[in-house]
Write a protein that binds this ligand. Structure first.
Ligand SMILES: NC(=O)c1ccc[n+]([C@@H]2O[C@H](COP(=O)([O-])OP(=O)(O)OC[C@H]3O[C@@H](n4cnc5c(N)ncnc54)[C@H](OP(=O)(O)O)[C@@H]3O)[C@@H](O)[C@H]2O)c1
Length: 288
């Protein structure tokens, strides 16, 4: 049986949907034990019961916390999966281009921790979601409509982005093929593999301004905002301190141009061209 964690989230929900009709069960912090299993990485006691009879664990990272918390969560998952006799773990990690981002550390730690486990592992190194520039575009639409300016802390950098649906489709394929291979008493064809799933389209401030201009039917000019101004603005929003860190680190990396992926397994694993991300961004503008 396959278990997908974090199914109330965007990625886990799409993966579960894509696996429907197969021998699959949902895992979520709010699981009632009937329609979904209760899986809370912060409460390791839920994992012993939650991973029972699971052959293939689709382990969706739970990265919204300080590093020590994320590492403890992911350590608990690796430990419980080993004890429960899970045969194959598929972990949703971070693309190689993200190595300089602050969120990279717990992802790379988790990859190494899983590699030490008694199960087979597939690492899906997910690229940056297109929802991130889409969110910036949605936030910038009002001011751009009023002033003709789209301001964001991206410098002249661009980042490779990918539709979350594409990442979910890859996870579904890897999980389904793994289940099939295990049922035939083989190791998964994906065992020991690390797939880079960088987007094939790069997006920067000028691109978002162009998309806004098209959607708003007026000229929109991109203006870069400094990281110090951005830090000051974020500080007033009541965010958790780690959120400020990670957000600035993301912008810093885009400024520096490090988030441009070079090699990607995306098209090979999708078996088709990736979804066009400019459309995702344009839709975010028109969706209130
Ligand atoms: N590549 C990127 O651009 C990017 C961007 C943002 C995030 N991420 C990472 O990718 C992950 C999945 O992305 P997403 O879009 O699905 O994020 P999301 O929509 O925010 O969902 C995250 C899910 O993680 C689960 N979760 C949180 N704390 C947990 C815990 N203690 N134990 C077990 N599960 C927990 C929750 O699901 P349940 O309530 O159902 O348990 C939550 O809904 C994120 O958690 C983050 O680590 C990647």
């Amino acid at each position: 049986m396959i278990l997908v964690t974090g199914v109330s989230g965007g990625l886990g929900g799409l993966i579960l949907k894509g696996l429907s009709g197969r021998d699959v069960v949902a895992g979520t912090r709010s699981g009632d034990g009937v329609t979904a299993r209760r899986i809370d990485f912060d409460e390791p006691e839920t994992l012993a019961e939650g991973f029972k009879d699971i052959d293939v664990l689709v382990f969706v990272s739970a990265g919204y916390a300080e590093d020590d918390v994320v590492i403890a969560r992911h350590d608990a998952v690796a430990d419980a999966a080993a004890r429960a006799g899970v045969r194959h773990v598929i972990y949703t990690s971070l693309a190689g281009s993200g190595d300089f981002m602050s969120i990279a550390l717990p992802h790379r730690w988790t990859e190494a921790r899983l590699a030490d486990g008694p199960f087979d592992v597939t690492i899906l190194r997910n690229g940056l979601y297109a929802e991130i520039p889409a969110g910036l575009a949605a936030m910038g639409a009002g001011p751009a409509a009023d002033t003709g300016v789209f301001a964001a802390p991206l410098g002249s950098g661009r980042a490779s982005v990918v539709a979350r649906e594409d990442l979910a489709d890859v996870a579904v394929r890897v999980a389904a093929e793994t289940q099939r291979d295990l049922a035939a008493n083989h190791r998964s064809r994906h065992a020991g593999k690390t797939y880079e799933l960088e987007g094939v389209t790069t997006i920067g401030g000028k691109d978002i301004a162009e998309i806004l201009a098209e959607a708003l039917g007026r000229q929109v000019e991109y203006q870069s905002v400094s990281l110090s101004e951005t830090r000051a603005a974020l500080t007033g929003l009541g965010l958790e301190p780690y959120q400020i860190n990670h957000t600035l680190s993301l912008f810093s990396n885009i400024n520096a141009g490090t988030l441009k992926g070079h090699d990607t397994d995306l098209a090979t694993l999708l078996g088709t061209g990736p979804r066009p991300v400019r459309e995702t961004i344009a839709q975010a503008i028109s969706t209130p």
